[in-house]
Design a protein around this ligand. Sequence first.
Ligand SMILES: [Zn+2]
Length: 246
Amino acid sequence: MKEIRSYNKLLNEIINLNIEFRIEIIGYVIYFNKIYPMLALKHLSKMANKTIIITSGQHGNEPYAITTLLKWLKQPIMIPEFNYYIFPCINMFGYAHNRRTNGARQDSNNDKSFYKDSPVKELAILYEQFPQTASLILDVHGDSGKSEVYCYEHKSENLPSIAEKAMIENDNLIPYLKTKTIYKIPVTNGVIVPPKEDIGIEGVLEKLGVQYSLTLELPAKFDGQKRAEGGVAIINSILRHFKEVK
Ligand SMILES: [Zn+2]
């Protein structure tokens, strides 16, 4: 199968980043006789009291989500109270072929397939590599039909919305969706509180004790450079506000 873009090139770009994260190859998948290694970037601190997970590249046809995360990786805000687990490209075959699904035509963005030895190979790898506990997970996606950013947010009861603050703060860089609903679900300040079963691998993460589970949807119909800058600013806002949460 012919590749649309080079996953190896992306691998090299990440491996050659001059950053504080430890970079590991955590497993690989094989499709059509081609090997696709999966990367994890970790930064563990003795001072840490919270663990955050950032994932991207679930859907190969949203490559700008990965581009944005790469830009963030080059200038991350390193908060000493956080352990970081970053999985920059989960669907490696999809990235190379600009396809939503993996090489077996499975959508990895599915909590029902997120368990030990999952038949979705990418999720089986991820399941083994996820930390034992986490306080926040941020999954960076894109929406091909939109020209504004929005975010899904699951959170424990009584906690403030950190996604709404991040949307409002960065509205000048990348405007958030101002409509009252999206896909028939109510939106407040660009943030959707989805039904529980409707957010990727979030169901499993509740067992890890996550306080926040966020899915950031970057708009496809937006200037690429501004989208990356706005996306980085939103990620940083989310992390800063999360730091303040008790
Ligand atoms: Zn997506």
